[in-house]
Design a protein around this ligand. Structure first.
Ligand code: TRP
Length: 334
């Protein structure tokens, strides 16, 4: 693959995730679904951002290897197809480190210090040492991850917008200094897909309120059955309110419009109980999760399959990234 005319006109996208543990429905509807759709339309590079995980977890590296593997299995289960997109691990493509270093030369420390995500996390995350240079430089590494693949857009969650802004600023500064190499990629957000956790708070592993892509169906059924709905609806004969119900947002994600109309009507008139409403949802979750479980089973039945996927992906990513780096070194006079 050379940077020919084809390379200038093809649509490309790149994105990554930190390997912090099993993925849940919030990840799926927030970001992964978008990735799965993009692999059909564009040349897509998706990577496990293991160096980014280290910026805050450098004291606890034991779970890293396991989490990296688990993330790739979750990805493939979710429908990412290594034949259609490039799946790899950031730390195995050293060009990410080289570009990060070079971009750090043109990035003022003040840009990094005033990054809202940085300030917020410094203040909010207690009990973790975030005074390391690697954490401050998190967005520089992220800019490198992205710009290496010269994408027009980056599918991420809303929380990543400050980082995307910095990526564009760094690209602009670089282009002004050395000549245009990089695009200024935009964030590609999914249409507000609200996927709260089982208790109505944001779905998060640390809250213990998640439905995981790897949960066996029996666990999923149990989680839904035990879920609180509209807490003001004490008896079956009380009318409920879908707008304050913890369960209803899942119908927004998984049920048809007609079903939603029926549920809404049944709930507010107390003609449908929460047990029946949950049955409809469980049916949809079964349908949704069945192909994911099947792909997971197939992958896990092939020992070494994850490593093969990563090796092949790393080779493809490196081939592209190394060409970008030649161009970068040339422009910078190295
Ligand atoms: N910061 C992202 C997250 O926390 C992970 C990430 C690292 C990333 N490098 C990236 C996302 C490049 C998009 C593009 O999820």
């Amino acid at each position: 693959m050379t940077h020919g005319r084809n390379m200038e006109t093809e649509l490309r996208t790149a994105s990554g995730m930190r390997p912090t543990g099993a993925l849940h429905l919030g990840h799926y509807f927030g970001v992964l679904k978008n990735w799965v759709e993009l692999q059909e339309k564009e040349r897509a590079f998706f990577f496990v951002a293991d160096w980014h995980a280290l910026t805050s977890e450098f004291e606890h590296t034991e779970p890293l290897r396991h989490n990296i593997k688990e993330m790739v299995v979750d990805w493939v289960a979710a429908g990412l197809d290594p034949e259609k997109c490039t799946l790899f691990r950031q730390s195995l493509v050293k060009e990410h480190a080289e570009l990060s270093l070079l971009l750090s030369m043109v990035t003022p420390v003040s840009w990094l210090e005033r990054n809202p995500t940085y300030k917020e996390q410094q203040q909010q995350i207690v009990g973790k040492d975030l005074g390391n240079a690697g954490f401050l430089c998190y967005p520089v590494l992220m800019a490198a991850d992205i710009l290496l693949y010269k994408p027009h857009g980056v599918p991420v969650g809303e929380d990543q917008l400050p980082h995307m802004e910095l990526t564009r600023e760094i690209a602009r500064r670089f282009n002004n200094l050395y000549g245009s190499i990089f695009p200024e990629p935009r964030a590609m957000l999914t249409k507000a897909a609200k996927c709260p956790g089982l208790d109505g708070r944001k779905m998060s592993k640390s809250y213990g309120n998640g439905i995981f892509l790897s949960d066996p169906m029996d666990d999923v059924r149990k989680k839904i059955r035990e879920m609180f709905t509209d807490t003001a609806r004490m008896r079956r004969s009380d009318p409920g309110n879908p707008d304050v119900c913890n369960l209803y947002p899942y119908h927004e994600l998984l049920s048809t419009e007609e079903e939603r109309a029926e549920i809404r009507q049944g709930c507010v008139t107390a003609t449908m109980g929460c047990v029946d409403c949950k049955k409809v949802l469980i049916g949809h979750l079964e349908e949704f999760l069945a192909p994911l479980h099947e792909r997971r089973g197939a992958l896990e039945a092939r020992p070494g399959a994850v490593d093969e996927i990563m090796d092949a992906g790393c080779r493809k990513a490196r081939a592209f990234a190394s060409q970008t780096m030649e161009e970068v070194r040339g422009k910078m006079g190295l």
